[in-house]
Each structure stands twice: as structure tokens, then as C-alpha cells.
Design a protein around this ligand. Structure first.
Ligand code: FE
Ligand code: FE
Ligand code: ZN
Length: 303
């Protein structure tokens, strides 16, 4: 069965709000941040919302094991330049895993980190050390390292870098990978030959390590290292290549999560107000691109 959803918000009723938003998009999974992705201010998780969310999931045939949390992207495990920040990041991620355990969430996506003013090698080693400190046996939720676009000093933008991080993590049952199609394409992986990409992944890391796939088209061309997501079928990866990835028979049980941009009043509008996910999910289920889908989104939310 296709497991498809999108990034959703985590409102005042926490995971219950996220779930309700996902149901509005006709999704059967979702991904959320436990607060703003750009800060580390977090509220306590409330049991009542978890209980209600779990029963609503059951009613809608949503398996909590397919629901994914995303760590905020401002924590950085790659740099010890400011040691107190490094330690803060380690503590924060450890607490985030605890919050996931409380919510029965089994997968948390993490941007590996940035090698600020140091070599990639040093950055990768800082990350490995942090991962081995965080995964100390007191939590259960898995960390999925996201493949990055290679913007600035980002670590984890090649399969070799991801392999190095995965292989050197002691707790093998708690480490995995989240593929991001936009990031891979931006990092120079031509996804039109996805079978050979998966073969390389299997040789270097192992297909069983894939725990989630972020489905995004890319605003920029192959290898541009810019990390600008685009709506499905509008960007340079293209609808058919994304469909081949989404429906690949080796990835059937992996949750697929859209992180595509909102739609503006006009196609080139800077202010983006309408979520595209309901319609992108529909196109994905139909396996057919609708060139008019952005207008349909506008019409849907205006009525
Ligand atoms: Fe991410
Ligand atoms: Fe992503
Ligand atoms: Zn991105």
C-alpha cells in the first residue's frame, strides 16, 4: 500500500492537530516538528492528545510506525566551535527522542550537521561522537539521517558521507536514513536512473536502512547544491521520475513525505498561502500530472 503524507504543523493540540491536518489532505501518514523548526523552544507533551490521536489513527488505518518527527534544523552536531552549543544540541536531540517515545513515534529525521570552519572529516567525526553519546540505550526512537543538498558546509550530502555516519554509529538498530529527492538531485544524483542509485545505496549502506523518503521536486538543476524545493512536476526532477521513486517495488513499505512549498495567489507570488498537499497526494495516487493543479488548489481554498 502507498504510504503518503506531508509535513504538517504541530499546533496547540500537538500531535492530534497534526493528524487532523493530515486527514484533511487524505494522507495516511505525516511528518511534524514538535515546535518551530527554527527554534528549540518546546512544550511538554500532553498525554490526552496522544491518546486521542492514537484512537483517531486507528479509525483511519494510520500506522503510528509510519508517522515521522523532524528535529529542528538549527541544532548542529557537526561543530564543536562553540562547545556549549554542541552540548546543547546533543541534549536537545536526546530530549527530542524522549518526546518521540512518549508519543509512540518510532522515527525522527535529523539533518546530520554542518562542518563550520573545519574539514568535512572533522565535521563527520563530531557527528559520530554526538550520535554515540545521544544513543545511550535510554530511548527507543530511531534517528534517520537525512541526505543533504551540500549547501555550505553541510555534512551527509554524498552516500559515502552518510555511509560513514551510519557505519560508525554503535546502536545499529537505532540508526537509519531519510532520502530527500530534492537534496539528492541537488547533490548531483541523477534520479532518472533510480535503480542504479538504489544499487549504490544498497552496496554502501544497505536498503534496510531507509526509513523515510522526502518527496520534493527541485527548483534548480542537477548538482546545484541550493536546496530549493518545488511542487511535484513543476521542477527539474519531474513528475514521472518522482512517480517511479514513489512506486518503486523495493520501497513499498517506506513512508513518503511531501515537503513542497505552499502555493501563492499567482504562480510567481512570493507570499505563499495555500497548502498543496491534498492535490499533490491526489496526483500521486492517480499517477497522473494535472497541469492545472495550482489553480485547483486556489479555487478549493477560496470557496
Ligand atoms: Fe529535512
Ligand atoms: Fe527533507
Ligand atoms: Zn530541503
Amino acid at each position: 500500500m502507498l504510504i503518503i503524507g506531508s509535513h504538517v504543523s504541530f499546533g496547540k493540540d500537538q500531535i492530534l492537530g497534526s493528524l487532523k491536518e493530515a486527514l484533511n489532505y487524505n494522507a495516511n501518514t505525516f511528518m511534524f516538528y514538535t515546535g518551530a523548526p527554527t527554534n528549540t523552544i518546546r512544550k511538554d507533551i500532553e498525554d490526552k492528545y496522544i491518546d486521542e490521536a492514537l484512537s483517531l489513527m486507528q479509525k483511519n488505518n494510520i500506522d503510528i510506525n509510519n508517522v515521522v518527527c523532524h528535529a529542528p534544523y538549527i541544532v548542529n552536531l557537526g561543530s564543536k566551535k562553540d562547545l556549549s552549543k554542541y552540548e546543547f544540541s546533543i541534549n536537545f536531540i536526546r530530549n527530542e527522542l524522549k518526546r518521540c517515545d512518549e508519543m509512540h513515534i518510532t522515527k525522527m529525521v535529523l539533518h546530520p550537521g554542518n562542518a563550520v570552519d573545519i574539514s568535512k572529516e572533522e565535521g563527520l567525526n563530531n557527528i559520530v561522537e554526538a550520535l554515540n553519546t545521544i544513543l545511550d540505550g535510554t530511548t527507543k526512537c530511531k534517528i534517520l539521517l537525512e541526505t543533504m543538498a551540500g549547501k555550505g558546509s553541510e555534512c551527509g550530502c554524498t552516500l559515502d558521507e552518510i555511509a560513514y555516519l551510519v557505519k560508525n554509529t554503535h546502536k545499529q538498530d537505532q540508526i537509519g536514513v531519510c532520502l530527500d529527492t530534492c537534496h539528492l538531485f541537488d547533490g548531483g544524483y541523477d534520479l532518472s536512473d533510480f535503480d542504479s542509485f538504489l544499487n549504490e545505496f544498497d552496496t554502501k549502506i544497505g536498503l534496510d536502512k531507509i526509513g523515510c523518503i522526502h518527496i520534493n521536486d527541485s527548483k534548480n538543476v542537477l548538482g546545484s547544491h541550493k536546496d530549493r524545493h518545488e511542487n511535484i512536476g513543476i521542477g527539474n526532477i519531474g513528475f514521472n521520475n518522482l512517480i517511479k521513486i514513489i512506486y518503486h517495488d523495493k520501497l513499498t513499505n517506506i513512508p513518503k513525505i511531501l515537503e513542497t512549498p505552499y502555493i501563492g495567489e499567482n504562480d510567481d507570488d512570493k507570499e505563499r498561502i495555500y497548502p498543496p498537499y491534498r492535490f499533490e497526494i491526489e496526483m500521486i495516487r492517480n499517477q497522473e500530472f494535472d497541469p492545472d493543479f495550482r489553480n485547483k488548489i486556489r479555487a478549493y481554498y477560496k470557496k
